[in-house]
Ligand binder design. Structure first.
Ligand code: AMP
Ligand code: MG
Length: 418
């Protein structure tokens, strides 16, 4: 009799029975509840604050605009102007952006005024230059004009003393404009969160090294370091460790010295060579999170010398998805941003997909012509799919059958801060 291999099990792709798979939302709620800010604050010049996290709210020191001014090039007068045709003599002075004209406008006169100029005393209404005929020292135009036409009120944008941004705000280029316009020049921000990244695995070779048969290049480390940098954190490259428990222990010790949080990849399952989970287990601080998530199980969470460790899966696709879904909001909390949810949008699918209930799924996706395309293969080893994609599609925990045109949740990479 020839030896027969066992038949494929019916449930070979099913989730293990009797295991308590934690839904994604439960896992996220736990992180949100347990984590808090760990970074100190410092005061810096505002012009250096791009991408930094406010430790204290920013308060407007001045109104914007500070004085009533004109929104257009034209002629200033006293409003309102009734219907009909009007001829007004011009005063000799001209109001341009810069030092304000101090002479009050005499009754029944108009003054040449240019965009951004503060309204001279008495002026409350401006007519567009296109709407007047200019004569010798006078203008002719037709009414009516409402009082206040074409002008901006002082403080109509922001008033002095108003809170511009709460603590936790990550400063954008526009924020620098607003804060500067309202008289600020310094900000109290959080020191960047230091994120250590360690790769584990005997099979790994550093970028630029020589890969022999059976070896692969360490792709996760540059990805996770770059991700941390993009998110505004300070990446700390802790290199690669072979599957050796003592070496890994020493490396984690060093990472805990140099960083606020540690991301490892690989070795996070429960096998013989899964030293990340083993060490966290020995330290008595391991939480194996069997998260009902594809791609990406399991996630080993723990504390190492008071630093949270995210033991990400080794597979680059799963490592990135787990980092975006779990590590990113967790790091945001620690960095002082508060809990940040990636903003997605519901858009029509350009694909078909059938999904069983019981876990959340993320597909590598991109937006083309207003429709969401997904990468042709869901193979979790396909790094090229991560690159092809410009975001992820999130499929809810329940069963679903998606047909072309059905709305799906698309979350661009940018919403994750990368
Ligand atoms: P592990 O979680 O250590 O069992 O690894 C799962 C899979 O991911 C294996 O095929 C590893 O070779 C691969 N892997 C682990 N770490 C990396 C890495 N840093 N870069 C690329 N692939 C990796
Ligand atoms: Mg490994």
């Amino acid at each position: 009799m020839t030896l027969q291999p066992p038949p494929l099990r019916n449930d070979c792709f099913a989730l293990p029975a009797g295991v308590d798979w934690k839904p994604v939302d439960q896992a996220l709620a736990l992180l949100r509840e347990r984590l808090h800010v760990v970074t100190a604050s410092e005061e810096i010049p505002l012009y250096q604050a791009l991408g930094r996290v406010l430790a204290e709210p920013l308060i407007a020191q001045r109104s914007n605009p500070p004085l009533p001014n004109t929104a257009v090039d034209g002629y200033g007068m006293v409003g309102p102007i009734p219907e009909g045709s009007h001829v007004l003599p011009l005063v000799g002075e001209r109001a341009a952006a810069g030092p304000a004209v101090e002479t009050p406008l005499p009754e029944g006169h108009a003054i040449r005024i240019l965009t951004g100029a503060a309204l001279p005393p008495g002026v409350d209404t401006v007519i567009l230059q296109e709407d007047v005929t200019l004569g010798e020292g006078e203008i002719a135009f037709r009414g009516p004009l409402k009082k206040g036409a074409n002008t901006r009120k002082a403080g109509e944008d922001v008033t002095e003393g108003q809170e511009l941004f709460p603590a936790g705000r990550v400063m954008t280029p526009a924020d620098l404009a607003l804060a500067t316009a309202t008289g600020l020049s310094r900000a109290t921000v959080r020191k960047p969160l230091r994120v250590a990244v360690v790769s584990t695995g005997d099979e790994l070779v550093d970028m630029g090294g020589t890969a022999h048969a059976g070896q692969i290049f360490d792709a996760n480390r540059p990805m996770l370091l770059a991700m941390a940098a993009r998110m505004g954190f300070e990446p700390v490259d802790m290199g690669r460790v072979s599957d050796d428990r003592e070496l890994l222990r020493a490396r984690l010790d060093e990472a805990a010295e140099r960083a606020d949080v540690i991301l490892t990849s690989g070795g996070a399952s429960a096998g013989d060579e899964d030293h990340v989970s083993a060490l966290l287990g020995q330290a008595g601080a391991l939480q194996m999170w069997r998260i009902a998530l594809k791609p990406g199980r399991p996630l080993a969470l723990g504390m190492w010398k008071d630093r949270p460790v995210f033991g990400l899966p080794g597979n680059p696709v799963a490592a990135l998805v787990c980092a975006l879904i779990f590590a990113r909001p967790a790091m945001g909390m620690m960095a002082g941003m508060g809990w940040v949810e990636p903003q997605g949008m519901d858009l029509p699918a350009a694909f078909e997909k059938r999904k069983k209930p019981g876990r959340r799924e993320f597909l590598r996706a991109r937006l083309r012509d207003g429709k969401v395309e997904v990468f042709a293969s869901e193979g979790s080893g396909r790094i090229s799919g991560l690159s092809w994609a410009e975001g992820l599609v999130e499929l809810a925990d329940g069963a679903c059958e998606i047909r072309p045109g059905d709305p799906v949740r698309y979350i661009p990479y940018a919403s994750f801060g990368i």
